[in-house]
Design a protein around this ligand. Structure first.
Ligand SMILES: Nc1ncnc2c1ncn2[C@@H]1O[C@H](COP(=O)(O)OP(=O)(O)O)[C@@H](O)[C@H]1O
Ligand SMILES: [Mg+2]
Length: 172
């Protein structure tokens, strides 16, 4: 389906432009049931720090008949817009913020796409003029929901992906 003002489509969802400051992530068909949980996980992360894009509201878009998660619009730039010394500083901040989310009981789980899915490997990590931001908490997990044991497994996997991302980010 072709949506007006489509910005980008990830592995599952299409995201459309609402204004210079807002985008809407569309939930249609199979993914519809996840919208409430995604909103909740976003709000949890937002309550810890500003790493994850800010949740704004849930809305039903009458024109395209789709449920929509409205959030802060991030304007990404290419990693190569900045020299490595600056990227190193941003990577430090990113790691600190992600670690704060982990300590609070939130794990993102989708920093890197599985290699069998097309597209960019780290397309949920966006670089802006003021550092790195995270989007797409679709498969994120809260410790209160999955329990200590599973949460720890997820953290272990995430820490490996953070290392891989650092390598990619600094060497691009
Ligand atoms: N807050 C945002 N600001 C700007 N672009 C976004 C935002 N959220 C998502 N996008 C764009 O839309 C794409 C798909 O969104 P995402 O939440 O990653 O969905 P999927 O679950 O399909 O991967 C992203 O890869 C990104 O290009
Ligand atoms: Mg994505």
């Amino acid at each position: 389906m072709k949506y007006p003002r489509k910005l980008s489509a990830g592995a599952n969802n299409t995201v459309i432009v609402l204004s210079d400051t807002e985008v809407g992530k569309l939930f249609v068909g199979d993914t519809r049931s996840d919208i409430g949980s995604e909103a909740e996980k976003m709000q949890f992360a937002n309550s810890v720090n500003t790493l994850v894009a800010k949740f704004i509201r849930l809305e039903f878009n009458e024109n395209i008949e789709a449920e929509m998660l409205v959030m802060e619009r991030i304007h990404p730039i290419d990693y190569r817009a900045y020299e490595v010394e600056i990227r190193e500083l941003w990577l430090d901040v990113f790691e600190d913020e992600l670690s704060a989310l982990h300590h609070a009981g939130f794990v993102h789980r989708d920093l890197k796409r599985p290699s069998n899915i097309g597209g960019l490997a780290f397309d949920n990590i966006l670089l802006t003029q003021s550092g790195l931001r995270l989007i797409d908490v679709g498969i994120s997990a809260l410790k209160t929901q999955v329990g200590e044991k599973i949460f720890e497994k997820y953290i272990e996997a995430e820490n490996k992906q953070i290392t891989e991302f650092g390598d990619y980010f600094l060497n691009r």
